[in-house]
Design a protein around this ligand. Structure first.
Ligand SMILES: Cc1cc2nc3c(=O)[nH]c(=O)nc-3n(C[C@H](O)[C@H](O)[C@H](O)COP(=O)(O)OP(=O)(O)OC[C@H]3O[C@@H](n4cnc5c(N)ncnc54)[C@H](O)[C@@H]3O)c2cc1C
Ligand SMILES: NC(=O)c1ccc[n+]([C@@H]2O[C@H](COP(=O)([O-])OP(=O)(O)OC[C@H]3O[C@@H](n4cnc5c(N)ncnc54)[C@H](O)[C@@H]3O)[C@@H](O)[C@H]2O)c1
Length: 494
C-alpha cells in the first residue's frame, strides 16, 4: 500500500449536490479545492433520490392532468407505458454513470479524488482509493463534510435483513414493476413511492404506524394525500405496526401487530434516514462516530477539536448530515453559505453572521420550502399552524378551498385542494403557507419570497395575481384574512 500526501486549501468529503456546491464556491473564491467521492459524483439525489423519484412521478402526474378536464380526458384513455417510464427514469440518472458530473467538476477547476474519505485528525483526510491505496490530503484552511444520509431500517424487526427489503435506493432504481408492493412508513418517501408504483401498475398497500400521513406538515395535507392515494387504488392503513417479515422465494410476507399477514413481491421500508458519519473518523476529532453533526449558522461544526495554529473553525458540515433540513435545495443553500464563510475566513474578510447575513443559513430555521410530488401535490414553506402555536406566536390561520379559485377550476374539472396561510398577528407577516392540490408545486416560490422577505400583509395586497391563474389563491387568502380581522374588530367594538 502506498500513501501519497497532498495539500489543498479546502477538502470537501462527499460529492452530492451539497459537496459539489461547497467546492464550487471555494474554488470560485480562488482556494485550491479537492472533492472526495466514494460512489458517484452527484450523490444520492442524482441517482437514488430526487431525480429518479421525480422521473417516475412525472408521467402519472401528466396523465392525471390530461384526465382532469373534459375533452382531453376522452383522449387519455390508455394506461401508462411502464417500460417507457422506467427507460426515461434511466436516462435521467445517466444510467447510474457520473461522467457528466465528473466533467463539470474538472471544468470548475476542482480536483476529484475517488475513494472513501475519513478524518485523520484536524485538517487531515485519509482517502482509501478503489485500488486499495491510501492518500493523505491536508487542508490549509477547512474540511467540509458533506456525506449525506442513508435509509434506516427498523433495528429489531425479526426476519427483515433476510427478506431483502427495498429501501429508497431500490424503490427509485428497480427495473421492473412488482405485482404487489407493501410500503412501510407514511413520510415523504413512503407516499411518493406508493404514488409512483401504484401508477406504474403495482398493487400497493401503505402501512403507517401513526394516524397521519406526512405528520410534519399541516394535517389536511396528509388527509388529502391519503384520499388521493385511495382514489388511485392504494390500500392505506393507519395505526398498524409491522412485527415480523419473512421471504419465501418471490413472496415476502409482513406480519402486523393485530396478528394478520400481508403478502407481496416486494416490501419497501421508507422509515427515515441516518447520517453517513459512522466511518468518518469523527471520534478522533472529539465528536461521536455515527452521529448527526451539530453546526452553527455558518455550518461550522460545534465541538470539534481545535486545529493547531487555527484562529477560527476548520471543520464544516453541510447537507443531510447536519440534520437541519434533509432536502437538496437546503443542502445547496447551506453549501453556498458554508463556501462563502470558508472563503471569507481564509481570505481574512469580514463575516456577516447575523440573521439573514451572507454567512448565516437563516432560512433553515424560518423558511424551508418543500414540495411533495404526490397526486395531489403538497407545497409548504415556513411554519404550520401547530408549529407556530408551539413557538409561541399569536397567529391567525386562514384557509381557502383552492377549487373555488377560477384559475384552478380551469386547470381541472372538480379541482380538489386547499390552501392555508399562517399570519403572525403581532407583525402582520406570514409565518407559513401550505398549498395542496394538483400542480401546486409551482405556486410555492411566491410564498417562500413572502416569508423570507417578511413582506407585510398591507404590501402583499399590491402583489396582484394574474387572472385567471391558480395564483389568485393569494387574493382569496388575503380577503379571508381581512374579513376575519374585521369581524374581530367589530366584535371588540360591541
Ligand atoms: C427517495 C428520495 C427522494 C427525495 N426527493 C427529494 C426531492 O424531490 N427534493 C429534495 O429537495 N430532496 C429530496 N430528497 C432528499 C435529498 O435526496 C437529500 O436531501 C440530498 O441528497 C442531500 O444531499 P447531500 O449532498 O447532503 O447528500 P447526498 O446526496 O447523500 O450525497 C453525499 C455523497 O457523499 C458520498 N460519501 C459518503 N460518505 C463518503 C465518504 N466517507 N467519502 C467520500 N464520499 C462519501 C456519497 O457517496 C454521496 O455521493 C429525497 C430523498 C430520497 C431518499
Ligand atoms: N419531495 C421531497 O422533498 C422529498 C422526497 C423524499 C424524501 N425527502 C426527504 O428525505 C427525508 C427522508 O424521507 P423519509 O420518508 O424516508 O423519512 P421521514 O422521516 O420523512 O418519514 C419516515 C416515516 O417512517 C415512520 N417510521 C419510522 N420507523 C418506523 C417503523 N419502524 N415502522 C413504521 N413506520 C416507521 C416515521 O414515523 C415517519 O413518519 C425526509 O426528511 C424528506 O425531507 C424529500
Amino acid at each position: 500500500m502506498t500513501t501519497k500526501s497532498t495539500e489543498y486549501d479546502v477538502i470537501v468529503v462527499g460529492a452530492g449536490p451539497t459537496g459539489e456546491n461547497v467546492a464550487d464556491r471555494t474554488s470560485a473564491a480562488g482556494l485550491s479545492t479537492v472533492l472526495v467521492e466514494s460512489e458517484l459524483v452527484g450523490g444520492e439525489c442524482s441517482y437514488w433520490a430526487c431525480m429518479p423519484s421525480k422521473a417516475l412521478l412525472r408521467p402519472p402526474a401528466a396523465l392525471a392532468a390530461a384526465r382532469a378536464v373534459a375533452g382531453s380526458r376522452e383522449a387519455a384513455t390508455g394506461t401508462l407505458d411502464a417500460a417507457a417510464v422506467l427507460a426515461r427514469r434511466d436516462s435521467f440518472v445517466s444510467h447510474w454513470k457520473d461522467d457528466g458530473q465528473a466533467a463539470w467538476v474538472a471544468g470548475a477547476g476542482i480536483e476529484l479524488v475517488r475513494g472513501e474519505g475519513r478524518l485523520d485528525g484536524p485538517r487531515r483526510v485519509l482517502v482509501r482509493t478503489p485500488e486499495g491505496d491510501e492518500r493523505l490530503l491536508t487542508a490549509r484552511h477547512a474540511v467540509a463534510l458533506c456525506t449525506g444520509s442513508r435509509a434506516v431500517l427498523p433495528a429489531d424487526l425479526p426476519g427483515l435483513a433476510e427478506a431483502k427489503p427495498w429501501t429508497s435506493r431500490e424503490a427509485t432504481s428497480a427495473q421492473r414493476v412488482p405485482e404487489r408492493l407493501l410500503v412501510v412508513g407514511g413520510g415523504v418517501v413512503g407516499v411518493e413511492m406508493a404514488t409512483a408504483w401504484q401508477a406504474l401498475g403495482a398493487r400497493v398497500t401503505l402501512l403507517v404506524r401513526g394516524e397521519r400521513l406526512l405528520p410534519r406538515l399541516e394535517p389536511f395535507a396528509g388527509e388529502l394525500v391519503a384520499a388521493g392515494l385511495r382514489a388511485a387504488g392504494v390500500v392505506v392503513r393507519t395505526g398498524v405496526q409491522t412485527t415480523a417479515v419473512r421471504r419465501d422465494g418471490a413472496v415476502v410476507t409482513v406480519r402486523l401487530d393485530d396478528g394478520s399477514e400481508l403478502a407481496a413481491e416486494e416490501v419497501l421500508f421508507a422509515t427515515g434516514r441516518a447520517p453517513r458519519t459512522e466511518r468518518l473518523g469523527l471520534a478522533g476529532v472529539g465528536l461521536v462516530d455515527g452521529s448527526w453533526l451539530t453546526v452553527d449558522d455558518s455550518c461550522a461544526v460545534q465541538g470539534a477539536a481545535e486545529a493547531p495554529g487555527a484562529k477560527g473553525p476548520w471543520l464544516y458540515a453541510a447537507g443531510d448530515l447536519n440534520h437541519r433540513a434533509l432536502l437538496t435545495h437546503q443542502g445547496k443553500y447551506q453549501a453556498r453559505i458554508a463556501g462563502a464563510a470558508i472563503a471569507a475566513r481564509a481570505l481574512g474578510r469580514p463575516l456577516e453572521l447575523g440573521a439573514w447575513g451572507a454567512h448565516a443559513a437563516t432560512a433553515d430555521l424560518a423558511a424551508v420550502p418543500q414540495v411533495v410530488f404526490t397526486e395531489p401535490e403538497v407545497a409548504a414553506v415556513g411554519l404550520s399552524a401547530e408549529q407556530a402555536e408551539r413557538a409561541g406566536h399569536r397567529a391567525r390561520v386562514v384557509d381557502y378551498e383552492l377549487g373555488r379559485v377560477a384559475g384552478a377550476s380551469l386547470v381541472a374539472d372538480d379541482y380538489q385542494g386547499r390552501a392555508r396561510m399562517v399570519v403572525d398577528q403581532e407583525r402582520e407577516v406570514l409565518l407559513g403557507v401550505t398549498f395542496v392540490g394538483p400542480g401546486v408545486g409551482e405556486l410555492l416560490h411566491a410564498a417562500t419570497i413572502a416569508v423570507v422577505g417578511q413582506v407585510p400583509i398591507d404590501r402583499l395586497w399590491h402583489a396582484v395575481p394574474s387572472y385567471p391563474t391558480v395564483s389568485e389563491i393569494w387574493l382569496r387568502l388575503l380577503e379571508t384574512y381581512r374579513d376575519a380581522q374585521q369581524d374581530d374588530a367589530h366584535r371588540d367594538a360591541e
